[in-house]
Design a protein around this ligand. Structure first.
Ligand code: PGA
Length: 253
């Protein structure tokens, strides 16, 4: 079985609904953006309302920006939503879709699949989040994971699969302490499983999709998760808001 691992690692800061103020957001990026590691590509996905101010403030630095969600519709009466065209015109490069927190608010695989296609259509990179709620001894969770992956990629143009990033985020490992995160060995097995699902469905086109891990990544476990888990990068939640931890994650990968 082919295993494809990108040399350069992608690290996405998923800030969720944090921090409370723009001033705090600036402070975090001010510190973190000083760290240089040519082996990593760092993406900031701040709350959408801070995006423009942050871009303006840091315009001299070549930072890469992400969005935490999008609407799948191009236009229409969609109060409170943001379209892919708007994100594109706001210089967003990566768009997180199907995060478990959004799936928990009612997003189905089909909703997520429409978002993945919409993001690709606007030539941005969808970061498709998948992950089981919990694990059972019998391995039924693998079927859940497979259905989630295939369902969320339904109808996508196969030639664009190389532009899709999959973020494997088991729900049971999100927002926890480091010792409750996933161990690198189980992560590696799951990455092989995800790759197999992609190759079984899409053939060789499934080889190049980047696979990230997310779920209580800290400065202490990031390196081992990437190395031994053999992932192409990390989606970091609460520890991406702690400059000293996040800079360590970036520099040690
Ligand atoms: P966490 O969040 O790192 O706080 O567990 C990850 C995520 O939900 O993207």
């Amino acid at each position: 079985m082919v295993r494809y691992c990108h040399m350069s690692k992608l690290i996405i800061a998923n800030w969720k609904m944090n921090p409370e103020t723009l001033t705090e957001a600036k402070k975090i990026i001010e510190i973190v953006s000083k760290v240089k590691n040519k082996n990593t590509e760092v993406v900031y996905a701040p709350p959408a309302i801070f995006l423009h101010s942050l871009q303006n403030f840091f315009k001299r630095k070549k930072l890469i920006w992400g969005a935490q969600n999008t609407d799948a519709m191009t236009r229409g009466a969609r109060t409170g939503e943001t379209s892919v065209a708007m994100l594109r015109s706001s210089l967003v490069s990566y768009v997180i879709v199907g995060h478990s927190e959004r799936r928990g608010m009612g997003e189905s695989n089909m909703d997520v699949a429409l978002k993945v296609s919409a993001v690709l259509r606007e030539k941005m990179i969808p970061v498709l989040c998948v992950g089981e709620k919990d694990r059972d001894q019998g391995g039924a969770y693998l079927e859940v994971l497979k259905m989630q992956i295939l369902g969320s990629l339904f109808g996508i143009n196969e030639n664009l699969l190389k532009n899709v990033v999959i973020a494997y985020e088991p729900l049971w490992a999100i927002g926890k302490e480091e010792n409750e995160s996933m161990d690198a060995r189980s992560l590696h097995e799951t990455v092989i499983f995800i790759r197999k699902v992609l190759i079984d469905r899409f053939g060789a086109k499934g080889e190049k999709t980047r696979i990230l891990y997310g779920g209580s990544v800290t400065d202490k476990n990031a390196r081992v998760l990437v190395r031994e888990g053999e992932v192409d990068g990390l989606l970091v939640g609460h520890h991406s808001l702690v400059p000293k931890d996040f800079t360590k994650i970036i520099s040690e990968i």
